[in-house]
Write a protein of this length. Structure first.
Length: 315
């Protein structure tokens, strides 16, 4: 549980440098379709900034709440146009009841349905998508970046959102600076293409980062009396793959350890893993770990199975 200031100084410095380098390249290249490559690069960097904001929200970086909030607002709101306060509230509720159909906002039946019960009760767009959601899952992730921006601005209307003035000012500054840069440097057609590619890849990458963690895992209900350990372990999945996967997923591939110790710095999770796994084995608690592509396969199979009642009713 010890802080890792050296690791986070290096990580924040590297991500910040890549963020700056991306925008320097954007202004240096100017009017050119090569900007679409810059859009892809910046999409990856934006996702890495979001992963840094995740660690800030869990106070893995700074012990003091105020320092974590200030850094989170700068990284989230100003850096990538995502409300830090809205996301932190949503993510906190997810951690309290992971994969719970009634209490986890990440498995609420919005466009996708995550359980047979949700599928049976679905109407309209969720029912149409639900029938074929395994095939539409990755294409729909290209819209996730836009969804995060819209949800962030909608959150500003909530009186319960802390620091609404700062959130609104920084979100507004990001949007103004972002759109001004695009439509000043690029012709309208190229600017729109840049925006679409950038946001699509950003959403796809971020969605692919979070999807392996819980999708396709058990979904407890209020009738399931699970203690904290089982509630967190049984609903989470680890992803193996070495330092490459650790970097790409921002350490979230150690999802079981992260859910048990959300304040543990990311680089310490792999050190905690053998301890947690041994303890689960002693208590005969299933501990799931698989490869990255296998995790996607499990998630997609679950989505396809959940959509079966809708497909059957359509016959």
């Amino acid at each position: 549980m010890d802080r890792r200031p050296g690791y986070y100084a290096l990580r924040l410095g590297l991500v910040g440098a890549l963020y700056a380098a991306g925008w320097v390249a954007f202004f240096a290249i100017g009017d050119s379709w090569y900007q679409l490559l810059v859009a892809v690069f910046l999409a990856v960097v934006f996702a890495q900034v979001a992963l840094v904001a995740h660690d800030l929200a869990h106070r893995q970086v700074f012990r003091a709440r105020r320092a974590a909030e200030i850094a989170g607002l700068v990284a989230g709101n100003l850096g990538i146009g995502m409300s830090y306060g809205w996301w932190m509230d949503k993510h906190t509720r997810h951690h309290a009841n992971p994969n719970h159909a009634d209490h986890d906002p990440d498995v609420a039946p919005d466009v996708l349905v995550w359980s047979v019960e949700q599928a049976d009760a679905s109407r309209g767009l969720p029912r149409f998508v639900g029938a074929r959601q395994a095939y539409l899952f990755f294409p729909l992730l290209t819209l996730e970046g836009f969804n995060l921006h819209v949800a962030s601005f909608r959150a500003l209307l909530r009186p319960s959102l802390r620091r609404r003035g700062a959130e609104a000012g920084l979100l507004g500054a990001h949007v103004v600076a972002y759109l001004t840069a695009l439509f000043t440097v690029l012709p309208p057609g190229t600017a729109v293409a840049f925006l679409l590619v950038h946001q699509a890849v950003f959403g796809l990458y971020l969605g692919c980062t979070f999807a392996p963690n819980h999708k396709g895992m058990p979904m407890p209900t209020d009738e399931d009396e699970l203690d904290f350990l089982r509630r967190q372990v049984l609903t989470s999945r680890n992803v193996r793959g070495g330092w490459v996967v650790d970097t790409v997923l921002g350490g979230l591939n150690y999802q079981i350890e992260h859910h048990l110790f959300p304040g543990m710095p990311t680089p310490n999770l792999r050190r905690a893993q053998p301890i947690v796994r041994r303890y689960c084995e002693e208590l005969e608690i299933p501990y799931l770990e698989c490869g990255l592509f296998a995790s996607y396969g499990q998630a997609l199979r679950h989505l396809h199975e959940v959509g079966a009642p809708i497909r059957a009713a359509g016959r």
